[in-house]
Design a protein around this ligand. Structure first.
Ligand code: GDP
Ligand code: MG
Length: 439
């Protein structure tokens, strides 16, 4: 999912102008990417529609960074699709809080029961009791016992001869007596949804209205996960979803569809087999991960807040007419400086956090100051007409700025490169069909 979307994003990101046609093309790519990732078709349609509506709005088209605006909208709508905000666990005001784990066989119920207990103890200071209510497979009871021992969390176990409903009832009683404030019931699963299982789950539910009924689904099963979620929600009623095996080779479509199909939040994601591999689900972070954007949105926001709009327009003109000078360069640098320490800004660029040794490199703002010093040592003629800067002028600039001649040379060379790049860029911007379309 990510790769395809990232490609599309790379295409649109740098666009100075975005036409309705651009948005259409991008939405087509987004649609493909989502379908390919196994996102429910209805969800895809709804998503594309709402992004398109917002993206062709006049605010976006007329903004200075329409490409980035469109991406921002995609990101916001993705976040919305996954529920908007992180959804916390609901605890009872009259303990014990009862949490039921339901789902198909192999989805990860038993594993997640252990992980959840671990999280609740660590982060919420709870004293959980685990309940082995999967009586159809002796191995299942054993599995929970093992996890309990590993975590030093007690497991209520009546073997496999007592009915799950009775086990759950006794466990809740015991929890009250022994002051366990959370009871997590690990129920049985089946390979497929069947009536008998649903009835059993409903009976356990009826004992004491659970505060949470978590459906555990395997993210690797894609569309199926969504169907399972829908069925369980209709038959038993769920309050939230735990999406497991997200560490695997999943296309991630389930994360996008489940919320909008069931209207129940994803509360946690399983990121591995170990007992600490359960994380709260953050829609916004997930959307960022899907888009592969790192912290790019905060970067965009920062840039928008600091870069003076009129100045940017003026610069754009200069790009086109090739009248960009060292003075403009200086101006641009001070805009960048306003955004904050260079080091922080660089860290926000996607992929940059993965570059090894970056943290050891010296991105301090001194470099900017040096460049400023060099430019300030140029005469007005030199700044507007860098071609005249010959060897003796370079020496003079070096002395005036206190920087080495090599540094002066490097800056002039970089400036040349930049101008060349601008020439290419403005050549593209002037291409036929790139202009803004009027509706
Ligand atoms: P249950 O039948 O629903 O109780 O499923 P289990 O808890 O027994 O899990 C089935 C298998 O999935 C086990 O091998 C688990 O280790 C594995 N599993 C569960 N959650 C995760 C996860 O988040 N990531 C990975 N990689 N494996 C998981
Ligand atoms: Mg199990």
């Amino acid at each position: 999912l990510s790769e395809r979307l990232q490609g599309t994003i790379a295409k649109i990101k740098g666009k100075g102008k975005v036409t309705e046609q651009d948005v259409k093309l991008m939405m087509r790519e987004v649609r493909f990417a989502l379908i390919e990732a196994d996102v429910n078709l209805k969800v895809v349609k709804k998503f594309v529609k709402s992004v398109s509506e917002r993206a062709v709005g006049s605010d976006v088209m007329q903004s200075l960074t329409p490409g980035q605006q469109v991406i921002k909208i995609v990101q916001e709508e993705l976040t919305q699709l996954m529920g908007g905000e992180q959804s916390p666990v609901k605890f009872s005001t009259r303990p014990p809080t009862v949490i039921m784990m339901v789902g198909l066989q192999g989805a990860g119920k038993t594993t997640t029961t252990g992980k959840l207990a671990n999280v609740l103890r660590k982060k919420y200071n709870k004293k959980p009791l685990l309940v082995a209510a999967d009586v159809y497979r002796p191995a299942a009871v054993q599995q929970l016992q093992t996890l309990g021992k590993q975590l030093s969390i007690p497991v209520f176990d009546k073997g496999t001869d007592v009915s799950p409903v009775e086990i759950a009832r006794e466990a809740i009683e015991l929890a009250k007596e022994e002051h366990h404030d959370v009871v997590i019931i690990d129920t049985a699963g089946r390979l497929h949804i069947d009536e008998a299982l649903m009835q059993e789950l409903k009976d356990i539910r009826a004992l004491k209205e659970p505060d949470e009924v978590f459906l555990v689904v395997d993210a690797m099963t894609g569309q199926d996960a969504v169907n399972v979620a829908e069925s369980f929600n209709e038959a038993v009623g769920i309050t939230g979803v735990v999406l497991t095996k997200l560490d695997g080779d999943t296309r991630g479509g389930a994360a996008l569809s489940i919320r909008s199909v069931t209207e129940k939040p994803i509360k946690f994601v399983g990121m591995g087999e170990k007992m600490d591999a359960l994380e709260p689900f953050h829609p916004e972070r997930m959307a960022q991960r899907i888009l592969g954007m790192g912290d790019v949105l905060s970067l965009i926001e920062k840039a928008q807040a600091t870069v003076d709009a009129d100045k940017a327009k003026e610069l754009e003109e200069k790009f086109k007419t090739q009248s960009f000078t060292f003075d403009d360069f200086l101006d641009q640098m001070s805009q960048v400086k306003k955004m904050g320490p260079l080091e922080d800004i660089i860290k926000m660029i996607p992929g940059m956090n993965k570059v090894k040794g970056l943290d050891k490199m010296n991105f301090d703002d001194k470099q900017i100051n040096h460049i400023e010093a060099i430019i300030q040592s140029m005469t007005i003629a030199e700044r507007t007409n860098p071609e005249i800067i010959n060897a003796s002028r370079r020496k003079r600039i070096s002395k005036g700025s206190g920087r080495s001649v090599q540094e002066v040379n490097r800056l002039i060379k970089q400036f040349d490169e930049m101008k060349k790049m601008m020439k290419q860029m403005s050549g593209l911007a002037g291409a036929p069909g790139a202009g803004k379309k009027k509706k």
